[in-house]
Each structure stands twice: as C-alpha cells, then as structure tokens.
Design a protein around this ligand. Structure first.
Ligand code: IPM
Ligand code: MG
Length: 376
C-alpha cells in the first residue's frame, strides 16, 4: 500500500478562488484523521481568466505538464469558464477536453436531500431523495464533431453530430449496474421508496438513433446483473418523474447532454447547486469537480457554498481508495460525507444559498472540524 498519494489541485474561474482552498482544508483534516499522506500539488491556476491574462496562449500554469496530469493519483478542480469567453477560447482549459483525454467516461453526480436542508419539493424529508445521475462523459453532443458553413462572412449553418458508440454505451451502463449493486456514493443502497437496487436507463429511443443504441446496449448488459432492477424512461418523462417521485430512483444512467441538464435540475432537487458534488471517473484516472459553474455573479463575495467541491474531493478519495485497495481513503469519503451532514443538520453555520449568513471559509472550517470530531 503506497504511503503517499499525489493530488493535483487546479483553481479555475469565479468562485473557484474561494471554494478550492476549502476543499484543501477538508482534505488536510481527513489526512490527519484517517492517517494517510497526501501530497497536494498546487493549487495551480488555469481557466478562462488565466488564458486571457496570458495573451491567449497558455491554458495552465506551466507547472501543470501533460505528464503530471496523467501521473497523479487524483485531480480536483474548481469550476471553469467566464460568460464573456464562452466559445471563444481554444481548448485545454475546458473540462470537455480533459474528460476524453483522461477517458473519465463516467460522471457520477449524486442527488441527496441532506438533513437540515429544505427541499424545493413539498413534503420531502432528508433521506427521501437519494439517487445518482450517471452521466456518460465522453460522447454524444459534446464530442464536438461537426462544423459551420459560412457565406458572405456570416455563419449560415451549424452542425453538431450526435455520436454514441457501443463501447461508450456499454462501459458507462456497466458502471451504472455496478454502482446500483454496491450502493456506491449514496447515503444508502437502493431507492428510498422501496429499498430496491434499480438502474434507470434514460434517453429518447425511437427518435434518436444514438439512444436506440444506448437502450439496446443496456438490455444486452442487463442480464448479467440479476440483482439490479431494470427501469426505462424517456428523457422528457424522466424530468417529470424525478420531481413527482424522486424517491423511486436509485441510479440513473444517461447520455452526456441529458446528464448535464438533469444534474443541474438535481441541484435544485437537493436544495442548492452548492451541494451538488461530482466525480469524473474512468479505469485509470479520476478528477473531481462540482456540478455547478463558476458563478461570476457571486464571485469574490465569500458567500459561495463550498459543499459541492468538498463532497467531490471526498468522492475522489473513495475512488483512489478502491483503486489502491486502501480502506483509509474509503473511510475518509464516508467521514467527509457525514461531516457535511452533521454541519448541515446542526444548522449553526450556513451559507446564504441555504438562508444562512456565514462565509465560504466559515462553512469549510466547520466541515473540517466535523471531520476530525466525527472520527473520535
Ligand atoms: C458541467 C459543466 C460543463 C459541461 C461545461 C462547463 C462545459 O456544465 O460539468 O456540467 O457541460 O459538462
Ligand atoms: Mg453542467
């Protein structure tokens, strides 16, 4: 078992400045409490602002070499992007590039109503909502295979190709069956309504060919997982059912863009986008990042809720722990997750998105202390 794990920390744009240090603070408490060693490299700068400040030539701090990205045990990053530069920056700073490069094909986005958080859905209590959106992370509309037709110096036509491959469908669907079987990244295994381990396949088959392939592949793989109930929903219908009966869902697997959209909706369902953690996972690499964006409207005010990135780095520890067979890191994920619940349910320290008056760092400190005291 290696004694030391290397973690690369990247900042990003907007509220990333404020929330990334809180993730580091919590990782330091977890290290202390669970007895492992992390070498945290950085946090290094990257993102839209970095690019613009460096004559639109460099996407990252030069210390962040390609070798480093592939070498480290885990990466985590703050949100990236600024509205004035959307679509105007070439590449390496966008997660859409990092995801295929590292081949982190499974984007795990839990949606759990936590204690002390008011649901936007009437009558739902903590524990009533506990599902995971599993977003395919390397295909569909985000492969950016397409182009423009220009005439008289105007863009006349734009084409995006919806690409789904058998390999891409199969591996994320398998990941979904495994997650549902083990109850990974959830408060409890199974759907809150009936305790059943269930994998819901979401798409628009019969209309989109890529989704025909997604559903057909789901059916082929399904026989290998008799312990998991199979469920199907068209994506439009699922956006209705997720609100009407969120407790029915356990793990929900879907193509890339549906997952992008419905994981923001799930941010609302769990009470705040600031609570929505996420992990990009593959066979060889993982990187953690919140589901939300850089929120430039509230940047620099010290009011952003850092929970999303804190939960994300916790998930990253769990992934590394599984890969390296190190139970300390897996225990640290549980510890961080429970520490967040403890602070939220106590309700003394809260950021404004949850009707509190505390700052980003006050909340981060409360979680870090709770990590230490939970384990005693
Ligand atoms: C997300 C974000 C990204 C995505 C953007 C910033 C490219 O919205 O992680 O959900 O669409 O994947
Ligand atoms: Mg998104």
């Amino acid at each position: 078992m290696p004694r030391r794990y290397t973690i690369l920390a990247l900042i990003g744009d907007g509220i990333a400045e404020e929330i990334v240090p809180e993730a580091i603070r919590v990782l330091r408490s977890a290290e202390e409490t669970y007895g492992f060693d992390l070498e945290i490299l950085g946090p290094y700068r990257f993102g839209a602002k970095y690019w613009v400040d460096h004559d639109m030539k460099e996407g990252w701090d030069p210390a962040v070499t390609e070798e480093l990205i592939f070498e480290v045990d885990g990466i985590f990053k703050g949100p990236v992007g600024l509205p004035e530069w959307v679509g105007r920056l070439p590449g390496p700073n966008l997660p859409v590039n990092l995801r295929p490069d590292l081949d982190v094909y499974a984007n795990i986005r839990p949606c759990r109503l936590r204690p002390g958080v008011d649901s936007v859905l009437v009558g739902r209590k903590a524990g009533d909502i506990d599902y995971v959106i599993l977003r395919e992370n390397t295909e569909q509309m985000y492969v950016r295979a397409g182009g423009y037709v220009r005439r008289a110096r105007e863009t006349e036509l734009a084409v995006d190709n919806y690409i789904q491959t058998r390999k891409g469908c199969e591996r994320v669907i398998r990941y979904g069956f495994e997650l549902a079987g083990k109850g990974g990244y959830k408060g409890r295994p199974g759907a809150p309504a009936d305790g059943k381990r269930r994998l819901t396949c979401v798409g628009k088959w019969g209309i989109c060919r890529g989704d025909d392939l997604f559903r057909d592949t789901f059916k082929e793989v399904a026989d290998e997982y008799p312990e998991v109930e199979k469920d199907y929903a068209w994506v439009d219908a699922w956006s209705y059912w997720a609100i009407m009966r969120p407790d029915y869902y356990d793990v929900v697997v879907m193509p890339n863009q549906y997952g992008d959209i419905l994981s923001d909706m799930s941010g609302a369902i769990q009470g705040s986008m600031g609570l929505a953690g996420a992990l990009n996972a593959g066979e060889g690499h993982c990187y953690a990042e919140p589901t939300h964006g850089s929120a430039p409207d509230i940047a620099g005010k010290e009011i952003a809720n850092p929970t999303s990135i804190i939960l994300s780095v916790g998930m990253m520890l769990n992934w590394i722990g599984e890969k390296r067979g190190d139970p300390r890191l897996k225990a640290a994920w549980r510890g961080i997750d429970e520490a967040v619940d403890a602070v939220l349910s106590e309700g003394k320290v809260r950021t404004p998105d949850l009707k509190g008056e505390n700052s980003t760092s006050q909340f981060g400190m409360a979680v870090a202390e709770a990590v230490e005291s939970q384990a005693q």
